[in-house]
Structures are given as structure tokens and as C-alpha cells.
Unconditional design. Sequence first.
Length: 398
Amino acid sequence: MLHNVLLEREIYASEEHRMMQDMIQDFIKNDMLDHIEEWEKNGMVSHEIWERAGALGLLCIDMPEQYGGSGLDFSYSSLFIEELGKEGITGPGFSLHSDIVAPYLLKYGTEAQKQKYLPAMATGKMITSLGMTEPSCGSDLKAIKTVAADKGDHYLVNGQKTFITNGYMSSMSIVAVKTNKGTEKEGVSLLIMESALEGFEKGMPFKKIGMKAQDTCELFFDNVKVPKENLLGKEGEGFKIMMEELPRERLTVALNAIGGAEGAIEKTIAYTSTRTAFKQPIAGFQNTQFKLAECATQLQVHQAFIDRCTLLLSDHKLTTESASMAKYSATEMHNKVVDECLQLFGGYGYMWDYPIARMYADNRVARIYAGTNEIMKILIARGLYKELFQERKARRRD
């Protein structure tokens, strides 16, 4: 519907992208939309939807074929993220699994780790999560308290994680831990932890304002023995690895916001074209026209920027500052667009049976996770004043 107004996006203009888009839309229509209410009631999606996505080649899309992936570039992953966003599909944490956990393994994992986990992830038979956030620290990842004590041939892990997407359903999580606690070598490391390990427990999925179909829970570690071969990357380099991978995570949040805003506008155009007030369609009022014109303009502007960021990521050139701009700006835009669209639905916009209500509840958290938007502004500012910060750091060392 919006293609009549928005410029065609070259990033998705190839025949291969159009075929992928058709397949994704059929998947959403035939396998997902009718199950949303059930998923929300259960607080999680089904294992079957993960395996169905895997069978269609929609998991680990840009992972190499030798590890079970489709071997495509990131633009195909971004297309999937946006199409899910258009329909407000938030239950399955596909993107975290495919676009965050999988790249960690591909870039920093040993060959044995890649062979063990990536093919299973691509089929959807293994669901994964990322254990970073803790009750006592959110965006400050250096302040984590989960500890991994070196016991020779294994680590002994104790601690807790919270707000873990896919946490309850996942069978493997990449967990940030403190190693060499209290020594000069103290640092953050990453461990691959399978949920079947003794002492690894999961809390019940949280009851959230939105994203009710997505299982989000706490993870608890009580003297969990983790083999040394489960160390991801080098000991003490976990924080560095996380910082290098965060731009991709933040771009995925921005992409979901782009899709969500487009979906909200499309649904509002359809509703206001048929809903009447004062003997005419709501679309006939200038206020309706102006509000949607403003929303469509903001969407178009952000699409252009996010498309550029997607290309940069595919070329491994996306900077922390650009990713932060994308995440901060797109999520703010998404929130404003959905709010304006809900207003045009009137009282029906507040009814859970209308997708716009779900979108309103679901999108609010995007300004918080993957680093709050306040943190994004700090990162952007650091880039603007990079030389000043470097001079201050040098003076402190002297």
C-alpha cells in the first residue's frame, strides 16, 4: 500500500529479495498469525514454529552453507526482521538467535564449536539466548557479578542473568562471566552454556507489558561446571567481543522499528479508509491526512538511513556511532508513529484485539533493550568528541 508513496528501496529490489519476501509473507500468514493469541496465553511460542522457520531456510540466513546457513548476505536477514515487524510478530526471538548468537559463534568460535552448534541452530532444533544483563546492572556490562572460577579442566559458574530473550525455551546460551576475579587478570569472558548442565536453572517467563508471546526470563547458575572447551574466544576478551558485536544487535532493533512503523501506517490507512465519523471516512479529515503524511515522511527518511547502515554492516564497516544513531532514532520514530496511529483508531485502538494495540505495547521496550537510548546518545557524543576523550585518557595515564 505504501509503495505508492515511498521510493522503491534498492536494497530489496532484486528478484531474489522479492522471492524471499513472498515466502516470508506466506510463512507469516499461514504459520504465525493464527497462533498469536495462543502464544500470548502460553507466554511463549511453539517449538514447531522454530523448526518450520528452519525448514524454510529463515534461520541463520547469512551463515555459511557449510554450517547449515543459507549463505546469503545480511540484507536477507534484514528483510525477514522487517517483515516480522510489519505484522507485529514479536514472539519468536529469531533475530537474537540468528543475527546475534550465530555471528558470535562464527567469528569467535572454534571449528568444533561451530560444527556442534550452528547446524542445529539453522534447523531450529536448538534455540539459543544471550546471557548478559543482570539484576544489578543493565547497560553497564563491566559491572556483571556472575563469576566463573577456574578449576583446571572446567569453570565453576555462579550467578544470575535477567531479561533473557528466548531464555525459557533456549537449550544453549552464550553467557558473560567474570574470570580471574580479584586478580590483575580479572576480566569478562564468554562461555557457551547448555541448559542441561547441572545447576543451570531457569525462572518462569516474566509477565510483561508487551511482547507477551516472547519468553523472557531469568537464568540461575549454582556451581555449574562448564568445560574449558566451552570458552568462546579468549579469556578476558568477552567485553571486547561484545562491543564489536553490539552494532549488529542495535541495527536489528532499528530494522524491526522500520518494519513496525510501516505496518502501523498501513493498518491505519486501511482502518481510516473504512471507518466513518460524521458521515464520512475518517480519512477524509485533514488531521488524519496530515498525521499519516508526517508518519510516512519519517518512515521514508529512516528507511534511507537504515538501508545505508545495512549495506555498511554487510561490508563490515558499520561503526558503533552509526549503529547507535540507527537504534536511537528509529525506535523513537517507531514509538511516535504507533502512538499517532493508535490515536486515529480512537477507542478501538486501545482494544487488544486490534493489532495496533499490540504494537503500542510491544514497541516501548525497544528504547530500553540493546542499550538504552540514553546510552546511545552517550556513544554518539563520544564519537563527536573522540579526540577530546582520547586526550583526557592520555593525561590520566600520565
